[in-house]
Design a protein around this ligand. Structure first.
Ligand code: S3P
Length: 433
């Protein structure tokens, strides 16, 4: 439990920890190389450590044990050319949807059976989106529930069929899972989608010299990866909490260093700028496989925004913090076409409505989004995170501009994506207890 007090101003410089999506992919795809791959600035959040530890259980050698990694360490993955060994026991993905979905793909092509599980939140999240196409490719799956926990049994098939598949959701996790299955089975795969989503997998595969052909929204991939050093940029989704704090808190000016600025992730930047947010990019560099730069954010008067359609997958993880910004902007804002929010770490539409209400802010829920009136003062109070890191961090930022403090219950979840979040909050001028 942590209480965050209203802030007079927010000032300083923060280096945001490594990107979660890129860190998972750096580990997974390095295992398919035949070289050693050094990874710097790997995110040491619980989700990425779960992927790291499962890959080690599958026989991938690395320079460090996951929980011994310290900030600043370079983790070296000894690529095993995608040859894995049967793990002992159940593979625990914790809270991480990316870990579970991507591993279902990788394991679908192995010559052994594996069993995967996760925490309460992960046990409720839909897996058919990967299980259906992987079944079409020739793998078999079985689900059981024991003691309130879901266990997914994967009977791998090293002779998976090549597939030409149109993805029903715009999902980077599904794309990555199916590509991992094809790489592991040494087969070609063609995927088509309708709306753009984060392209970290495609960028990393091209950096690792895989054979890729992209025609519109259709991608064909064949294996043969050649590893090279990876420098993970700061996580834009983690930065988004401080960006919004910098805009909302009066007398503020903050600088966020080396943040990942992949255009498939930064839709929130243009939305906040169109709302009147003063955000400037400097030191932009397109190094390695991913662009990055520094962000300067200053106190701003915001106006409302209406977010719909193809923009949604490019800011899906930022919608909880966007709703906080919209609640403080002038005018009526809305979000639509964001049904996916209902199956994230929590039902983020329902949870934002119920928890905002506890601090005196009204958000009107609709099936695929919400309406929210601006200029609503938060009175402060006590909220539940429902074990969802992005809910806890969003309310920590709202507390900075509330009348009274907000007590956040169940904040351990923050370490899944942003270890050190509360220390940075304090260093920038927040009082916490
Ligand atoms: C992720 C993709 C997104 C995102 C999630 C991480 C990834 O999910 O919401 O936090 O690393 O591939 P979907 O693939 O389900 O859209």
């Amino acid at each position: 439990m942590i209480t965050v007090f209203p802030a007079q101003s927010f000032q300083g410089t923060v280096t945001i920890p490594g990107d979660k999506s890129i860190s998972h992919r750096a580990l997974l795809f390095s295992a398919f190389c035949n070289e050693s791959v050094p990874i710097s600035n790997l995110l040491l959040g619980e989700d990425v450590l779960a992927t790291c530890s499962i890959l080690q259980s599958l026989g991938v050698k690395m320079s460090h044990k996951p929980h011994q990694l310290k900030k600043g360490d370079i983790l070296t993955v000894e690529g095993c050319g995608g040859r894995f060994t049967k793990p002992e026991g159940v593979l625990d993905c914790g809270n991480s949807g990316t870990t579970l979905r991507t591993l279902l793909g990788l394991l679908a092509a192995q010559p052994f059976e594996s069993v995967l599980t996760g925490d309460d939140s992960l046990n409720r999240r839909p897996m058919e989106r990967v299980i259906n196409p992987l079944t079409q490719m020739g793998a078999s799956f079985k689900e059981t529930w024991e003691g309130g926990r879901r266990f997914i049994y994967v009977q791998g098939n090293p002779n998976l069929n090549p597939i030409d598949y149109t993805m029903p959701q715009a999902s980077a996790q599904v794309q990555t899972s199916l590509i991992l299955a094809a790489l592991a089975a040494r087969k070609k795969i063609t995927l088509t989608w309708s709306a753009s989503f984060r392209d970290h997998t495609e960028r990393l595969l091209s950096y690792f010299k895989a054979k890729l052909v992209r025609k519109g929204n259709t991608l064909t991939v064949e294996g043969g990866l050649e590893g090279a050093a990876i420098q993970v940029p700061g996580d834009f989704s983690s930065a988004s909490f401080f960006i919004v704090a910098g805009l909302l808190v009066p007398r503020s000016k903050i600088i966020l260093k080396a943040v990942g600025l992949n255009p498939t992730r930064t839709a929130l930047l243009s939305v906040l700028q169109s709302m009147g947010g003063k955000i400037e990019i400097s030191h932009f560099k397109d190094v390695g496989q991913e662009p990055r730069g520094d962000l300067m954010c200053e106190s701003s008067s915001l106006v409302s925004s209406k977010i719909v359609g193809n923009l949604i997958p490019n800011l899906i993880d930022e919608i909880p913090i966007l709703s906080i910004a919209q609640s403080q902007a002038s005018g009526l804002s809305h979000v639509r076409d964001a049904l996916e929010l209902r199956v994230k770490e929590s039902d983020r539409i329902a949870v934002m409505r119920s928890e905002l209400k506890k601090v005196g802010i009204n958000l009107k829920e609709v099936s695929d989004g919400y309406d929210i009136k601006g200029s609503q003062k938060s009175l402060g109070g006590s909220i539940e995170s429902y074990g969802d890191h992005r809910i806890a961090m969003s309310f920590a930022i709202l507390a900075l501009v509330s009348k009274n403090s907000i007590t956040l219950n169940n904040t351990n979840c923050v370490s899944t994506s942003f270890p050190g979040f509360f220390d940075h909050l304090k260093a920038l001028g927040a009082s916490l207890q």
